[in-house]
Write a protein that binds this ligand. Structure first.
Ligand SMILES: *Cc1c(COP(=O)(O)O)cnc(C)c1O
Length: 401
């Protein structure tokens, strides 16, 4: 987060992407939120409190770790940005702390959120407890069934988990229902959205609350190496951890950026969630971006072994960075991600989230192209404790239960 003006030139747009494609009744709520956000951005006291909580409560700054054995394997210098060490185990807490403080500043008396796998729900419930605000988390019935541990965590933290039947009982249904519910409650409630997608101001706001990742990494690598890195790599679901890492480096032309989407069973199978790699222009969750849709504009079912990447859209700023050529987007299959999950555990003693394992896999795949003097930073967006049971099931290892 920086006190400089965070406003895109045409508010809420990134080229032809972004905007606010919502029912008229929601425009008031979004307008109020945008005004409060820009006002908070200009207030040093807001930044101070946000950074103090990230430091004392979430454990920032997260280390930038030189992964020696992984570097040897890849054949260049590989640093890992350790978002896995944050409180609640991923980068999501950076955003929920920011939006939680904004809710309090706006005088809201309660919080609403959506969740898919439950990671954003847990990070939101955590901040709601911290701030003493009641919290409702909307979650698809299928996800409630699949993610029992996170449902239990949210309830333990005092949140109410609201199951949503919908079409598939997954994230898309939870988003729709949370938005609909917010329409009738926005005077007292703030909707804390989990990624750099959704209607304006969310893509800009979530980026500003996640850019702490890139701001720190920039400082840390300059201190360690005396120069900027050659390449940044991060996984992309909605795109918040990648945007957070990339943003402070956008003006540095010598720094290449690669976002890694989930190729699932393979792009040709149609069972993946590569919205940039295989999507087309459309509107999803109130924003124009690249989305996975059929010829009639119906959103397609998506798949990834990493629940946090399983989203049929992507943040509009990523769609823009792709079209402008500033960033490149690659994709990694379930199988490649599972192999990288194991490789990082064996080489570095770190079990990454399956989402983050996609970024690691991409760098392993690029070993031949990278020169030995090159410096690469991989964002380890979260830790993999949550995934161990699923990986054991899929790979035939011993189950944890
Ligand atoms: C949610 C999640 C992601 C995907 O979300 P982005 O908005 O794309 O960052 C990636 N990694 C982890 C560990 C997550 O929990």
């Amino acid at each position: 987060m920086s006190t400089q003006d965070a406003r895109p030139p045409r508010p809420g747009y990134f080229g032809r992407f972004g905007g606010r494609y919502v029912a008229a009744t929601l425009l008031n709520a979004l307008e109020e939120l945008a005004a409060a956000f820009y006002e908070a951005m200009a207030d040093p006291a807001f930044h101070e409190e946000y950074h103090a909580i990230l430091r004392d409560y979430a454990g920032r700054p997260s280390p930038l770790y030189l992964a020696r054995r992984l570097s040897e394997r890849v054949g260049c210098k590989v640093y890992l940005k350790r978002e896995d060490l944050n409180h609640t185990g991923a980068h999501k807490i950076n955003n929920t702390v920011g939006q939680g403080l904004l809710a309090r500043r706006m005088g809201k008396s309660r919080i609403i959120a959506e969740t898919g796998a439950g990671q954003h729900g847990v990070a939101t419930a955590t901040v709601a407890a911290l701030l003493g605000l009641p919290c409702q988390v909307f979650m698809g019935t299928e996800d409630v069934r699949r993610q029992k541990l996170n449902v239990y965590r949210m309830r333990l933290l005092g949140a109410e988990v609201v199951p949503v039947e919908g079409l598939q009982g997954t994230l898309k249904d939870a988003c729709d229902e949370a938005m609909r519910y917010w329409m009738g409650t926005y005077e007292e409630a703030l909707y804390i959205f989990g990624s750099v997608a959704g209607p304006h101001p969310y893509p800009t706001m979530v980026r500003e609350f996640q850019r702490v990742i890139g701001d720190e990494a920039r400082r840390q690598v300059l201190e360690r190496e005396g120069r900027l890195p050659d390449l940044l790599v991060a996984c992309v679901g909605g795109g918040s951890n990648a945007m957070g890492l990339f943003y402070p480096f956008l003006e540095d032309e010598g720094v290449a950026l690669i976002g890694v989407e989930a190729a699932g069973y393979g792009i040709d199978t149609g069972l993946h969630s590569a919205s940039i790699g295989a999507g087309s222009f459309g509107v999803l969750d109130g924003t124009a971006s690249l989305i996975l849709q059929d010829e009639d504009g119906q959103v397609l079912p998506v798949h990834s072994v990493a629940a946090g990447l399983d989203y049929p859209g992507v943040g509009p700023e990523h769609a823009f960075l792709h079209e402008s050529g500033r960033a490149r987007y690659a994709s990694v299959t379930d199988e490649e991600a599972l192999a990288a999950f194991r490789t990082l555990a064996e080489l570095e003693g770190m079990i990454p989230a399956l989402e983050s394992a996609h970024a690691v896999a991409q760098v392993l795949k690029m070993a031949d192209e990278l020169g030995e003097d090159e410096i690469v930073i991989i964002n380890i967006s979260g830790r993999g404790d949550k995934d161990c049971e699923e990986v054991a099931r899929l790979t035939g290892g011993e189950s944890t239960t």
